[in-house]
Design a binder for this molecule. Structure first.
Ligand code: ZN
Ligand code: ZN
Length: 249
């Protein structure tokens, strides 16, 4: 494809919904999309903790309103490291969810951790998820990356600059044989500062995301992809800097 057909997509690839126990009640499908439009996002990913049960409804709302939504999940590994699994479609995402649910124990206590609301397209409560979604799975980081790749997804280590649930703080380093597609830097540090200060991330493509748990966090930071279309395959090429695709800082 000619380079002239590439365009810029403003993206936030890590947004929680009201299904995450720590996600605000206001993080409902319609409100997430409305806010995403207001801040000019072309592309978002819904990444709740260890689940994708709200991704489909946000995708459908996004389709109505012109915001492309990809399904994703923030998986917690047995090493207590958070890692994003991003997919193109719900079939892949639901397979990942089955894999994660089979390796996740415990029941949520809403009074301690918060409610886990599965929403419908009218922003109503469809159900509450009873699982301990905030918990760590029995899956090692390598297992998570492997399964994500088997299903056609992308693996990105979350908030590598943060003390809590970041790979570098938990393990001291990024394992050399971990086949990551990229790393994520949080909104608490400028990307250029992170790349200068955090040793071990220089060989990875970096994205910045809001990791929003509240509506007002959506759009506080973002990543601009120069690519042909808002698809997972184009994001993959941007991370690999193929065919003119790239991440613009
Ligand atoms: Zn996290
Ligand atoms: Zn998160």
């Amino acid at each position: 494809m000619a380079k002239s057909l590439l365009r810029k997509f403003k993206a936030d690839m890590h947004i929680h919904s009201c299904l995450s126990p720590c996600g605000d009640w206001d993080m409902s499908p319609k409100r997430i999309i409305k806010k995403s439009r207001e801040v000019g996002l072309d592309l978002i990913a819904i990444c709740d903790h260890n689940t994708v049960e709200n991704a489909g409804v946000v995708m459908r709302e996004g389709e109505k309103q012109g915001v492309r939504v990809l399904p994703g999940m923030e998986v917690c590994s047995k090493e207590e490291v958070h890692i994003l699994a991003l997919f193109e479609d719900m079939a892949q995402a639901l397979e990942m969810q089955s894999f994660v649910y089979a390796n996740l124990s415990g029941e949520n206590n809403p009074e301690v951790f918060g409610c886990q609301v599965v929403a419908n397209e009218n922003d109503e409560v469809l159900a509450e998820n009873p699982r301990l979604l905030i918990g760590a799975t029995r899956l090692g980081l390598h297992d998570i990356v492997e399964e994500t790749h088997n299903l056609g997804g992308l693996s990105i280590c979350c908030h590598v600059d943060r003390p809590a649930y970041g790979v570098i703080n938990q393990l001291g380093f990024i394992p050399a044989d971990l086949a990551l597609d990229g790393v994520e830097v949080s909104r608490h540090i400028k990307l250029a500062d992170a790349q200068r200060k955090i040793s071990g991330i220089e060989k990875f493509s970096c994205i910045t995301t809001s990791d929003a748990h509240f509506l007002d966090d959506i759009g506080k930071v973002w990543t601009v992809f120069q690519m042909a279309a808002p698809t997972l395959e184009e994001i993959r090429k941007s991370l690999l800097q193929q065919g003119g695709r790239r991440i613009l800082v």
